[in-house]
Design a protein around this ligand. Structure first.
Ligand code: 3PG
Ligand code: MG
Length: 399
């Protein structure tokens, strides 16, 4: 089915396997605060160890701009990785050169070694062939298990796949599989929920989705721009007034494609952007000049629930309201719980992705009930936008 090879297509025993993983994890000091991305790569790494590979991990952390910066070292991730993998993980001070070569030379089958942040070298982000060749020297084959970094055409995500026999890891496979089920040839009706603050950051996404889905539910601050485009006064709500024409164009494109755009019928309104701010529920047509819509209201959430009940497939990116501030999390929580319940009942295939969205689903306590929750932020969006991800394209190109 897939155009690329997987771990089923190679004998890794005794081989040095360079695995690109995403260890760009949230940290508080030296502590990993969310291990989702570590758990995502566990199947690939445990499988490689069990099969007797020498597993060499390549990853980035932060954006050190091509220079060594101890505050962006990957060393503090080792302990959390050992805990997730239930195995020792070695560490090398550099990802190329003497330190890396010596550490790799000491490995025995089954070992796992993490190399220091690839972004300490400028050649990583410029996808410098000479830097990619330095990395390639360390391994016999290359495995990419970092879907969430696949929108970057960097040496460790793209260049390396062209220099060594290249394979998709289990997490990469699972991401691509889930995403293509949701938008490749999905069961209809398909609903996309797109929320978040700004239309401007998701223009390509909205434009692409209206051509693919049956319903586009717009939530969060971006909904206000669409409401304003219909002549509704949204008061002091977040609203991109310079994009009203753009919103109208997206609506026209949706209409032509037979896609129904769903906007909130009501909102939870407040005068201050803070937790527990005094608030009221009202129709979106009744926002006072000094009020802001900070969440979808109960009638709006019910309207979205009704759409979900008709649907077979859901893709979700972006929350409905200021979900980090109670009680403005209620709309997002209500819709998330509805989607989760339909999924558990076997009536809906649900796929969600993006940092805020995953945080919102965790907050609602339902991330585990979705069919698939992507570890990716930017890559998930670019995939939904219909863009080719360089990291994925390179895997296919070499095979
Ligand atoms: C992420 O955290 O979204 C990925 O690891 C990509 O990181 P980047 O946005 O710094 O390239
Ligand atoms: Mg990012």
């Amino acid at each position: 089915m897939t155009a690329f090879k997987t771990l089923d297509d190679v004998d890794v025993a005794g081989k040095r396997v360079l695995v690109r993983v995403d260890l760009n994890v949230p940290m508080d000091g030296d502590r990993v605060t969310d291990d989702t991305r570590l758990r995502a790569i566990q199947p690939t790494l445990n499988e490689l160890s069990q099969k007797g590979a020498k597993t060499i991990l390549l990853a980035h952390f932060g954006r050190p701009k091509g220079k060594r910066d101890e505050s962006q070292s990957l060393r503090p991730v080792v302990a959390a990785l050992e805990k997730t993998l239930i195995q020792d993980v070695g560490f090398a001070e550099d990802c190329v050169g003497e330190a890396a070569a010596a550490a790799v030379a000491r490995m025995t089958p089954g070992d796992v070694l993490l190399l220091e942040n690839v972004r300490f070298h400028a050649g990583e982000e410029t996808n410098d062939p000479a830097f990619a060749a330095e990395l390639a020297k360390l391994g016999d084959i290359y495995v990419n298990d970092a879907f969430s970094a696949a929108h970057r055409a960097h040496a460790s995500t793209e260049g390396l796949a062209r220099l060594l026999p290249a394979y998709a890891g289990r997490s990469m496979q699972a991401e691509l599989d889930a995403l293509s089920k949701a938008l490749g040839s999905p069961e209809r009706p398909v609903v996309a929920v797109v929320g978040g603050a700004k239309v401007s950051t998701k223009l390509d996404l909205l434009g692409n989705l209206v051509a693919k889905v049956d319903y586009l539910v717009i939530g969060g601050g971006m909904a206000n721009t669409f409401l304003a485009a219909q002549g509704i006064d949204v008061g002091k709500s977040l609203c991109e007034r310079d994009l009203l024409d753009t919103a109208r164009e997206i609506e026209a494109k949706a209409k032509a494609a037979g896609c129904t755009i769903v906007l909130p019928a009501d909102g939870r309104l407040a005068r201050e952007f803070k937790a527990e701010a005094a608030n009221r529920v009202a129709a979106v047509t009744e926002v006072a000049a000094d009020e802001m819509i900070l969440d979808i209201g109960p009638a709006g959430a019910e309207g979205v629930a009704k759409v979900l009940e008709q649907a077979k497939t859901l893709v979700w990116n972006g929350p409905f309201g200021a979900f980090e501030l109670t009680p403005f999390d209620e709309g997002t929580v209500a819709v998330a719980q509805k989607a989760a319940a339909l999924t558990v009942e076997g009536r809906l295939l649900s796929v969600a992705g993006g940092g805020d969205t995953v945080a919102a689903l965790n907050h609602a306590g339902v991330a585990g009930d979705f069919t698939y929750v992507s570890t990716a932020g930017g890559a998930f969006l670019e995939w939904l936008e219909g863009k080719e991800l360089p990291g994925v394209a390179a895997l296919s190109a070499t095979n």
